[in-house]
Design a protein around this ligand. Structure first.
Ligand code: AN7
Length: 331
C-alpha cells in the first residue's frame, strides 16, 4: 500500500569483465536503481511503515549517507519528522543533498559513523522516536527481498554473492533471504557469501574494532559493525569469506565497471567487484560458476569521487562547425 517504487532492480549480465575472468555468468544487481539510489530503500520502506503502524511520528538514524537519504525520503512520504545524524565532512555530496531536499533535520557530529550510531541508540532509548538503522529488524526483513529477486531471475541460487560490508546489515539480510528460500525448498543450495570491507575499515577481517576507519569508500567507513555476529554467521554457514580490499583496488573496480560495463556505482559498491577481481588474481577459478555482484549504490551519490579520480578529458572548441569538424578529423 505504501511504496516509492523500491525493489525489482535490474540483474544485468556482464559483457566484458566476466569473460576476462572466464566466468560466463557474472551478473550485477543494480541497487542504485532504487528510488533514492541505494539498496537502503528496500528496508527503509518496511521500517518506516512499521514505525507509522506503531503510531510513531518521528524517525532517526545515524548514517554514512545512504541511510539518511533513504530515511529522509520515506519520512517525507509518510509525513514524519526525520532526523539524521551524520559524521561531519565524511558524507558524499549527493547523499547530503538528498537529505536536504527531503527536508530532514541534519545533525553533524565531529566523529565517525560508529559514534553517531551510539548517539542515536541513546536518543531512541529515551525518546519515542523510531530508530531506522539496520539494527531495526524490519530493515533486514525488507532488504532480504533482493535475494528473492535474484532467485526469481536466475531460477536458482547463484554460486557466489559478492557484496560490500560496512555495518554488515546487508550481507546478513541477503543470507536471511537465501536461507528462507532454502528452508522452503525454493532453492536446493545457498550461495557462498563473499563480503568485502575496505582495508582501512576492516574490523571483521582484523577481528577487532577499528577506532578511526578510513576509506575512499565513505559509505563503508565503519569501525564497529552492528551486525558483526550475523555477518560472521553468513560467512561461516555459507562457506564464504569476509576479506578486505584496498582503496586502489576499489577505485580500479569502480573505473572498470563504468568503462567496461556501463555501470556507474559509488566507491563502496565497487568493493564487491574489487573482491571478485582479487579472488581471481589469487587464482580462484570462477569458470562455470554463477556469480552476482551487489552494486549497492549509484555513482551519482558521490560525484566528487568521479571527478577526482578520472583524468579530465574534455576538449574545448569554438561553437563553429569548422572547428568541431577538426575535432572529428582523422589524420
Ligand atoms: C552504497 O548509509 O551504513 O554492510 O549509513 O551505503 O549493510 O552497512 C551504508 C552502507 C554498502 C554497506 N554500499 O552496507 C549508511 C550505511 C553502500 C552503502 C554499504 C552501505 P551494510
Amino acid at each position: 500500500m505504501v511504496t516509492l517504487g523500491e525493489g525489482d532492480t535490474p540483474l544485468v549480465r556482464s559483457r566484458a569483465i566476466g569473460e576476462t575472468l572466464g566466468c560466463s555468468e557474472l551478473f550485477f544487481k543494480l541497487e542504485g536503481c532504487n528510488p533514492t539510489g541505494s539498496f537502503k530503500d528496500r528496508g527503509m520502506v518496511v521500517a518506516v511503515a512499521k514505525a507509522v503502524e506503531a503510531g510513531g511520528t518521528g524517525i532517526v538514524c545515524a548514517s554514512t549517507g545512504n541511510t539518511s537519504a533513504s530515511a529522509a525520503a520515506y519520512g517525507a512520504y509518510f509525513g514524519l519528522t526525520t532526523t539524521v545524524v551524520v559524521p561531519k565532512g565524511q558524507v558524499a555530496r549527493g547523499k547530503l543533498t538528498q537529505a536536504i531536499a527531503f527536508g530532514a533535520r541534519i545533525i553533524l557530529v565531529d566523529g565517525g559513523f560508529d559514534q553517531a550510531l551510539e548517539l542515536v541508540r541513546g536518543i531512541t532509548e529515551r525518546h519515542p522516536i523510531a530508530l531506522v538503522n539496520s539494527v531495526n529488524p524490519d530493515r533486514i526483513q525488507g532488504q532480504k527481498t533482493a535475494a528473492f529477486e535474484i532467485i526469481e531471475e536466475l531460477g536458482e541460487a547463484p554460486d557466489y554473492v559478492f557484496i560490500p560490508v560496512g555495518n554488515a546489515g546487508n550481507i546478513s539480510a541477503y543470507w536471511l533471504g537465501f536461507s528462507e528460500a532454502f528452508g522452503m525448498e525454493w532453492i536446493s543450495s545457498r550461495p557462498k557469501m563473499m563480503g568485502f570491507q575496505a582495508e582501512g575499515a576492516a574490523p571483521i577481517v582484523r577481528g577487532e574494532v577499528v577506532e578511526d576507519p578510513r576509506s575512499v569508500a565513505s559509505a563503508i567507513q565503519v569501525g564497529n559493525p552492528a551486525s558483526w555476529e550475523s555477518a560472521l554467521r553468513a560467512k561461516d554457514e555459507s562457506g564464504g569469506a569476509i576479506d578486505a580490499v584496498s582503496d586502489e583496488e576499489i577505485l580500479e573496480a569502480y573505473r572498470l565497471m563504468a568503462r567496461k560495463e556501463g555501470i556507474f556505482c559509488e566507491p563502496a559498491s565497487a568493493a564487491a567487484l574489487a573482491g571478485l577481481l582479487k579472488r581471481a588474481r589469487e587464482g580462484f577459478s570462477f569458470r562455470g560458476k554463477k556469480v552476482v555482484c551487489i552494486v549497492t549504490g549509484s555513482g551519482l551519490k558521490d560525484p566528487d569521487q568521479a571527478a577526482e579520480n578520472e583524468p579530465t578529458f574534455m576538449e574545448e572548441y569554438p561553437p563553429e562547425l569548422s572547428a568541431i569538424e577538426r575535432a572529428f578529423a582523422v589524420d
